[in-house]
Design a protein around this ligand. Structure first.
Ligand code: AP5
Ligand code: MG
Length: 230
């Protein structure tokens, strides 16, 4: 099982880059934020619980998040591997993932950190629009859709995320960056961490991520699978 972890602060570009990498190496994206937003939209008990934390800019508790992720990894389309966007976010989650992969005689192949300074993160999240069908992100200035309000990739409607309000953006930055440091340290210690400059263009970041995962032994696929929605 090939597992790539995309790491980065809120707004760093994980959700922009994950589908590009999925197309390149032919394994699906699993994004815990998208899984939580789907549960909120469907009004499930998990969604109602998660929403309390998401609206406050806090991380959803580890036990809920780990259960959600492991359940998703058990689906057949993840058999060959996954690109994880937004998981793990804490040391507890990173260790839970290691242990679940060890049970399958596997481990994280590469953890790619997309580095972006804080002031740029705020600019990116404030101007972000995402699509209803799969959460594909756009930016009203730096990467607008071809037709206003419509996703280039799947034609669904674009909307602004509830947690992209200025006060929630500030809370997310204040409450989540410390935990990100813990996860970065975890993968640095295990020798799979690679950092890319996330301030470049989307295409240049994608190219650096492709180089980083290739160095970890994940070559592009000759015939690629369609990247799955989360
Ligand atoms: P989640 O959905 O994962 O949000 P996040 O980590 O805060 O990250 P974002 O989705 O905001 O940013 P991104 O890095 O994907 O950036 P994007 O590509 O969109 O999580 C939401 C919430 O769910 C969390 O706050 C938490 O409550 C909960 N949650 C989720 N996972 C959890 C977990 N594991 N544990 C606990 N709780 C969890 O890009 C941002 C913008 O920048 C876009 O407009 C884009 O067009 C633009 N952009 C991207 N790249 C570039 C570039 N190179 N140049 C210029 N603009 C760019
Ligand atoms: Mg995202």
């Amino acid at each position: 099982m090939r597992v790539v972890v995309l790491l980065g602060a809120p707004g760093a570009g994980k959700g922009t880059q994950a589908p590009l990498l999925a197309t390149r190496i032919g394994i699906p994206v699993v994004a815990t934020g998208d899984l939580f937003r789907a549960a909120v939209r469907d009004g499930t008990p998990l969604g109602l619980e998660a929403r309390r934390y998401m609206d406050a800019g806090q991380l959803v508790p580890d036990d809920i998040t780990v259960r959600l992720l492991l359940d998703r990894l058990g689906r057949p389309d993840a058999d060959d591997g996954v690109i994880l966007d937004g998981f793990p976010r804490t040391g507890v989650q990173a260790r839970a993932l290691d242990s679940a992969l060890a049970d399958r005689d596997s481990s994280v192949c590469a953890a790619v950190l997309v580095e972006v300074p804080a002031e740029e993160l705020v600019r990116r999240m404030s101007g972000r629009w995402v699509c209803r069908a799969a959460g594909h992100p756009y930016h009203e200035v730096s990467s607008p859709p071809r037709s206003p309000g419509v996703c280039d990739l799947d034609g669904s409607e674009l909307y602004q995320r509830a947690d992209d309000r200025p006060e929630t953006i500030r809370a997310r930055m204040a409450q989540q960056l410390g935990a990100l440091g813990e996860v970065v340290d975890h993968y640095r210690a295990s020798g799979v961490l690679r950092a890319v400059d996330g301030l470049q263009s989307i295409a240049a970041v994608a190219s650096d991520i492709a180089t980083a995962v290739a160095a970890a032994g994940l070559a592009p696929r000759a015939s690629v699978a369609k990247p799955a929605a989360s």
